[in-house]
Design a protein. Structure first.
Length: 279
């Protein structure tokens, strides 16, 4: 049922206000996004505890997407409902005062009560930062992925280009994945940087469990010559995880943005400059 403006305002006053938050976190400090058993520190549990402290009532959040242990975010989006009347700064500075180190809210937006952080998202953006060096830099530990083998970026770009479009990504799907369909659409894929430090940017409608880390693992195999570009194409078409290289480490993977229709007025930020934004 469609509500007119006055009806929607009255409904919002009755049930409270819906807010959207944009937050960043260091995935190496948490056991993933999703709330787990008592005592397990996850991003969701830490955020809900901090929000509840500021709202003085229990708060539950819904995220645009889950991230695994070790996976970071520069712009995760969540929404929540509350009857508490607080300013945007209270949801930012107040909540951050209650969050553990490694997580911070940096934007709070009052949104329409119909906005849904997960179901209204039509695109999700990720960046994988990869270092190739004989010795792993201790200064980049937990921040970037690493391989000791030299990489051929031209061959990796050729393989990565095959990912654009709608595909069955079963070859890059974790066995524990519960998604109803392995078919996803990748809108953009780009590889930038140098053979020693590169970024892989991916934007798609959704991803499967460990799909991006499995893609990176396969691209590393292309880059170091263990499989050819043609082998990568065969792997994609095979739709079998049994034929794919191992899952790559989570360290270099970042959720960098979520795309929403303009009507919700939740803008998509650009990846921060500090995240190796190569031209």
């Amino acid at each position: 049922m469609q509500l007119n403006g006055m009806e929607r305002e009255l409904a919002t006053q009755t049930v409270g206000q819906r807010w959207a938050l944009v937050l960043s976190y260091d995935g190496s400090r948490f056991f993933g996004w999703q709330k787990q058993a008592d005592g397990i520190v996850t991003v969701q549990s830490a955020l809900e505890a901090a929000l509840s402290a500021i709202a003085c009532e229990p708060i539950n959040v819904i995220a645009a997407g889950r991230t695994d242990t070790g996976v970071h975010a520069t712009a995760q989006v969540v929404h929540f409902d509350t009857s508490a009347r607080r300013s945007a700064q209270a949801w930012i500075r107040g909540v951050n005062a209650h969050l553990p180190e490694g997580a911070a809210v940096w934007q709070a937006l009052p949104v329409d009560s119909r906005f849904h952080a997960r179901f209204d998202a039509f695109g999700r953006r990720y960046r994988y930062v990869l270092q190739s060096s004989p010795v792993r830099s201790p200064l980049l530990l937990n921040r970037v992925g690493w391989t000791h083998t030299p990489l051929d970026m031209d061959k990796m770009r050729q393989a990565a280009a095959m990912l654009v479009g709608e595909h069955d990504f079963s070859s890059f799907r974790a066995s524990a994945c519960q998604a109803k369909s392995p078919v996803k659409t990748m809108y953009e894929v780009s590889l930038k940087g140098t053979p020693q430090l590169m970024t892989l940017d991916l934007r798609g409608n959704a991803v499967l469990l460990q799909m991006l880390r499995n893609i990176v693992g396969a691209l590393v195999y292309v880059g170091n010559g263990r499989i050819s570009v043609a082998d990568f194409a065969d792997l994609l078409n095979a739709r079998s995880r049994l034929l794919a290289p191992p899952t790559f480490m989570p360290d270099g993977l970042y959720l960098t943005g979520v795309d929403y229709p303009p009507q919700w007025q939740v803008p998509t930020p650009q990846p921060p400059d500090w995240l190796w934004s190569f031209e």
